[in-house]
Design a protein around this ligand. Structure first.
Ligand code: NAD
Length: 489
């Protein structure tokens, strides 16, 4: 059995005897390896390695620090397809989707190469006579990064390049369900000849996360995952005076206006709802159809969703892979049954999906539930599977109210040909990422990933300038150098 190792202080290391969690291919149920279920001792060792590396790393000039990132970008490009295949094998998404996430991840490496500019402070001469004031940004120290299963490569790259380019050292704890992509990436990182301990990889579960939250040498924690865990991490980190940013779960809405172009809208919404088997934090979970849009949209989306080819993500022509675990499949099918029990009509029902040749895969077919009440449990619970709810609304104001009452605020989109409706929507919608005729409003690497409400806890978001703010402390220096104190030359 492949015991997936850790990378601590520049060395691959095993883990202590004890309980292990299996890493399972969700299309075949093949066990690909095991990781430590806990990982707390290993996380403590990683923090110590990172703390030891920090003083020397912060002294490396930013222009030298980014040279490692230029090399990492080249290595990621050279190994692009191999890493994408690993992502598909452990996560289940299609190869095209794995390539897509790797591309978005690499874009963060590229943006972090701008650190010598991004990290600059500012200054003003003569704030009073003969006194100057300067603000510089300095790294924090050791930072912890905890990531979810659904983007095994991209989400670690929302944080890691910025953290180390700013001069911090880092401990990454990926999801125990998908540790293999990060193992592959750290095999590339090993080739960078970074000073030992600058980046560390620890596999494990709650024990490893708790160690990062408790260890006094960890100054900041970046977390992405479900809202209950995000709230826990935020509270535990803050309790100990750490800087914490937590991106949580989601329930994203699209508003379909009667003047939308239905052909384009349905194609884009279908990709958003069913791409990555609905396991994207920006996946559309609910379509709010305004006025006569409802019937046209319902018919078109059922048509297109029903035609999607479900199967193993490595196979040609497959458009939607399995969900991550058998437990997820059972939970998603339970949510569909619960929705039907609350009065929603499953106009396309993906429960019990079978894929020839993959009898043990965790497949759920695309599902469309019509007539979902905004007050129902289905409407307010994150399903995180290929399930789209349809909720009719009489007006755009009513549609905006549906979004406003939802506890999550990750993303929302409007599909319309009308500028006034689009403008009202972008101004009034209560989510942090907003699309206008866009299905997955994913901010590019140089913009912040801006969830709101229960989808985000913190101030500074991941990516871009927010990441630089998050991973640095500001130091403000006020200086006086009276002429009379200087020797005359
Ligand atoms: P999860 O919350 O189960 O796990 C995320 C991380 O937290 C993992 O590394 C896991 O080991 C750790 N963890 C789990 N339980 C813990 C506990 N009790 N204490 C401490 N650590 C714990 O999330 P997941 O199932 O891996 O990922 C899916 C979730 O992530 C969805 O809710 C999705 O919406 C969310 N997500 C959000 C974003 C975003 O940007 N807002 C992006 C991707 C995924």
């Amino acid at each position: 059995m492949d015991r997936v190792p850790n990378y601590i202080g520049g060395r691959w290391t095993g883990f202590a005897a004890g309980e292990v969690s299996p890493v399972v291919n969700p299309a075949t149920a093949e066990v690909l390896g095991v990781v430590a279920s806990d990982g707390s001792a290993e996380a403590a060792a990683a923090v110590e390695a990172a703390a030891a590396a920090f003083p020397a790393w912060r002294a490396v000039p930013p222009g030298e620090r980014i040279q490692y990132l230029f090399k990492l970008k080249t290595l990621l490009e050279d190994n692009f397809d191999a890493i994408a295949r690993i992502v598909t094998t452990e996560n289940g998404k299609t190869l095209a989707e794995s390539r897509g996430e790797l591309r978005r991840g690499i874009e963060n490496v590229e943006v972090a190469c701008g650190i010598p500019t991004l990290m600059q402070g500012y200054n003003l001469e003569d704030i009073a006579r003969g006194i100057d004031e300067t603000m510089v940004r300095q790294p924090l120290g050791v930072v912890g990064v905890v990531t979810p299963f659904n983007f095994p490569v991209m989400i670690p790259l929302w944080f890691m390049p910025y953290a180390i380019a700013c001069g911090n050292t880092l401990v990454l704890k990926p999801s125990e369900k998908v540790p293999l992509a990060m193992r592959a990436m750290f095999e590339l990182i090993e080739q960078l000849d970074l000073p030992r301990g600058v980046v560390n990889l620890v596999n494990g579960g709650k024990g490893a996360v708790d160690t990062l939250l408790e260890h006094p040498d960890v100054r900041a924690v970046s977390f992405v995952g479900s809202t209950p865990v995000a709230k826990y991490v935020y509270a535990q980190g803050a309790r100990r005076g750490k800087r914490v940013q937590c991106q949580g779960g989601a329930k994203n809405h699209v508003v379909v206006m009667p003047d939308a172009d239905f052909e384009t809208t349905t194609r884009i919404v279908s990709d958003s709802a069913f791409g990555c088997a609905g396991q994207r934090c920006l996946a559309v979970a609910a379509a709010v159809t305004v006025g006569e849009a409802h019937d046209i949209f319902r018919e078109a989306i059922v048509d297109i969703a029903g035609s999607l080819k479900v199967g193993c993500g490595l196979d040609d022509g497959v458009q939607m892979g399995p969900v991550i675990t058998a437990q997820s499949r059972a939970r998603i099918e339970g949510a569909i049954a619960g929705g039907a029990g609350e009065g929603a009509n499953p106009v396309l029902d993906g429960r019990g999906a079978k894929v020839a040749g993959y009898a043990s895969g965790n497949f759920v077919g695309p599902t469309v539930l019509d007539g979902v009440s905004p007050a129902s449990a289905l409407a307010t619970t994150e399903i995180f599977g290929p399930v789209l709810s349809l909720t009719p609304a009489a007006t755009l104001d009513e549609a905006l109210a549906v979004i406003a009452r939802n506890p999550y605020g990750n993303a929302s989109s409007i599909f319309t040909a009308g500028g006034a409706a689009a403008r009202k929507f972008r101004n009034e919608t209560t989510t942090g990422n907003v699309g206008v005729n866009i299905g997955v409003a994913a901010p590019m690497a140089y913009f912040p990933f801006s969830g709101w409400k229960d989808s985000f806890m913190g101030v500074m978001h991941g990516q871009g300038r927010d990441a630089v703010e998050f991973y640095t402390d500001k130091k403000v220096i006020v200086e006086r150098w009276p002429k009379e104190w200087s020797r005359k030359f």
